[in-house]
Design a protein around this ligand. Structure first.
Ligand code: NAD
Ligand code: TDX
Length: 354
């Protein structure tokens, strides 16, 4: 049995990853360390409460003594590091916590991993650092997609903090020999995504008959990746990757934000019995995000060739399945729309004129 540390396992991707691993790698014991910020929800794993293959620890990746104790107790074979502050707009409104969690937290985790490897030099250990395509900056419409050798050029406090964390991870490999793999993936979507992000925000605003705030002209392009494909890629990077390497993971589904929102509108009208095209009328163009990257696109060739990755979901099908998940999980939705969530929506969107 392998003991695997998953940080941030109560957030969007971490939750999906733990569910994926409990199904596809049932012999792994997963230890989820999560600070339960506004983005973390322990109820996501309620069905695992009596599962001996799952342990939850409420704590922070910044807490070095806790990390040491956890490594001593579980002698981890691997780390999947998801824990982060992840929302670009929040990073613009309040960057400091992004430095604390994404940079200092990653540093503390690397130190704990290195101390463990030094104590157990024969152990087969690997640290998978889950990062983002945003570290590469912005593309023009005709630029080739990001590869693993594209220079880093982050635009937002969020992407700057992720870029810094990637550099720390690589430095711990080159300087100290810590076995690491870095993955940089594009925009994920799927079940359990916190409704501050574009896709769930639009689904829920349509249900609540609110306006649909599209930044700028809606021409920004993202490369959409279904979260289950991302989880599959991460297991492959852990099992088949090479230490010190980066793998770019993309969905191969480039869309403008307006295309995404219009598709959600049409699917929602169809599924909820709204008159055809009625949701599109709620689209409202609002003040653009400062430093808004125009386009992200991932070239996944290296991951395809070296770790056997292949996205197996199409955008239309997986978006439809995602909407269905939100429609049948309204209890989850309402439970995460707490006071802190309402406060963010009020402060962020009420200052954005149409
Ligand atoms: P999320 O915001 O939904 O979840 C983050 C989780 O980390 C939450 O459960 C939160 O409680 C936890 N956390 C925050 N600070 C912590 C700390 N100090 N100690 C322990 N736990 C802490 O984020 P997500 O969308 O699931 O993203 C997960 C990772 O994937 C992040 O590193 C993010 O940068 C990366 N990523 C996300 C996307 C995307 O589209 N969502 C794309 C590329 C990369
Ligand atoms: O209300 C909105 N209106 C809007 O037009 C919101 C919330 C977003 N947008 C736009 C901004 C982006 O161009 O939609 C696009 C997607 O926005 P987000 O969902 O906030 O994602 P993004 O900023 O692209 O970053 C996401 O993908 C990369 C994740 O949040 C990051 O954690 C990940 O690293």
């Amino acid at each position: 049995m392998k003991h695997i540390l998953v940080t941030g396992g109560s957030g969007f991707i971490g939750t999906n990853f733990i569910h994926y691993v409990r199904t596809h790698r049932p012999d792994w014991h997963v230890v989820n360390l999560d600070a339960l910020t506004y983005a973390g929800n322990p109820a996501n794993h309620r069905h695992l409460e009596n599962d001996p293959g799952y342990t939850f620890i409420h704590g922070s990746i910044c807490d070095a003594p806790l990390l040491k104790q956890m490594f001593d107790t579980y002698q981890f074979d691997g780390v999947f590091h998801f824990a982060a502050e992840s929302h670009v707009d929040r990073s613009i409104a309040g960057p400091e916590v992004f430095v604390n969690t994404n940079v200092t937290g990653t540093f503390r985790l690397l130190e704990a991993g290195l101390a463990h490897v030094r104590k157990h030099p024969d152990a087969d250990f690997r640290f998978v650092h889950v990062s983002t395509d945003e570290v590469y900056g912005s593309l023009y419409p005709d630029d080739p997609a990001f590869t693993e050798t594209t220079p880093y050029d982050p635009s937002s406090p969020y992407s700057a903090s992720k870029a810094a964390s990637d550099h720390f991870v690589k430095a711990w490999y080159r300087t100290y020999g810590l076995p690491v793999v870095v993955t940089n993936c594009s925009n994920n979507y799927g079940p359990f995504q916190f409704p501050e992000k574009l896709i769930p925000l639009m689904i829920l605003n349509i249900l609540d008959k609110k306006s649909l705030p599209v930044y700028g002209k809606g021409i920004n392009v993202r490369d959409w990746l279904y979260v289950a494909d991302h989880c599959d890629a991460l297991v492959r990077a852990f099992e088949n990757g090479e230490n010190g390497e980066t793998y770019n993971i993309g969905g191969g589904e480039e869309k403008t934000n307006l295309e995404v929102v219009e598709t959600i509108c049409d699917l929602m009208d169809d599924k909820t019995g709204n008159p055809e095209s009625s949701s599109r009328e709620r689209i409202t163009f609002v003040t653009d995000r400062p430093g808004h990257d125009l386009r992200y696109a991932i070239n996944p060739d290296k991951a395809v060739e070296k770790i056997g990755y292949k996205a197996s979901h199409t955008f239309e099908q997986a978006l439809s399945a995602t909407i269905d998940w939100y429609l049948v999980n309204m209890d989850w939705v309402r439970s995460v729309q707490t006071g802190a969530y309402q406060e963010w929506i009020r402060s962020h969107y009420e200052s954005s004129p149409s």
